[in-house]
Design a protein around this ligand. Sequence first.
Ligand SMILES: [Fe+2]
Ligand SMILES: [Fe+2]
Length: 464
Amino acid sequence: MKTKKTKRKDKFYLEFSAANRLGICLFRYQLSPVQKFLAVNPALANILGYSSEKEIHKLKFKSLFKNHGDAAEFLRLLKDEKTVRFYETIFKTKDEKDAWVAITASFVESFNASKHLYIEGMLEDITKHKELEEKFAFEQELFQNLLDNLPDAVYFKDRKNRLIRVNRFYAEGFSMTPEEILGKTDFHFFPKEQAQKMFDDDTYVLTTGNPIIGKIERTLLPNGTHNCVTTTKIPIKNKHGEMMGTMGITRDITAYDQMEKSRLDMVMSSLKVLDRVLEIRDPYTFGHTRRVSIIAEKIAQEMGWDENKILSLKMSAELHDIGKILIPLEILNKPGKLSELEFKLIQEHVKKCYDMLKPHSFPYPLPETIYQHHERLNGQGYPRGLAGEKIIPEARVLAIADVLEAMTFHRPYRAALGIKKAVQELKDNAGSKYDQDIVKVILKIINENNFKPFWINNDEDSVI
Ligand SMILES: [Fe+2]
Ligand SMILES: [Fe+2]
């Protein structure tokens, strides 16, 4: 027995000595018959703000705990399991401040004949760790709150464009929980073509590191309706600058889009009123600008032009012949062949329209498009005889739409020539008068429509 006692005592004090050198807090506390600290090292005194370990010797173990419940639980665990590892609790310092500690201790029933009970253990000061943990938890909570209360869809994707985190708004849009969405891609939620565009955008951000900011998209929702959204996608990199994935924010602007559409409808309606004035004066032009606008829009859509460029083209189409309002009616409506002078007067409608529009500012080359709509690639058009690259794409489209419409309708000086002749005219002069690529596009569209003029959209139009 004497040997065992000596061995145990030596081992503890050996550790105690080493702990002192390493700054590790060690203690031995006697639970019975009398509760008291038997050994406390300077490191523990230091954590608790005591000038020496002697002051701690006067305290009870339980009184070190800030919460009595924790003290009771710790002792219960210790009795049940004999050893408790990294029990996290708050100790009170001498000046009543909080000190987070992690206690690892063993319950020692007796190591000699005395049957005394002891706790032997060590402490780790984890205050700084806890402060960081709390700060991190607070920031996490703040971040999650921000995400979940945003009225926008926020989503994070990995390098394979798989969703790795979404906010509540995003998930609710698909009647799912955020957890159910994780690991899925846009192909799970959107039609294939649309999802492919989204995938391509993500890939662009991932491979170039460039963001996509405020892209406007019309999205087909699972319920079959469309909404209009603006999407921003940015790359996410780690601290070494390596690409980790993308983050996206999508905002629903359907209401704004509808309001914009209403405004545009109002503007387009005003233009139609202007057209109507021309049509009343010159009934032979009835519906011409509207039909030209339909053809031009279709070509531009097929060519993948952006919405605003198409809108500018449509407005150009609506206005392109408004200059005719200043041409004497007897010349405009003259049946039969025009004299050279009369033809020159009719040609002036282009310049007259341009002069009316020129003083006003347009974000797109609307006046120039109209100015060039009778120009031809070979330089044999009017009024300036522009050739080749000097003719802007919008004017090239408008010229083809104008010719196609004009040839399929009556004119004062001739009957309608029909769609086959119009197609022949375009084919024969593709590359000389007309832009070859645009001719290809319109011929493709006409073929797809089985040579039925898709620009006819009401009973008032008639084709011969
Ligand atoms: Fe014209
Ligand atoms: Fe025209």
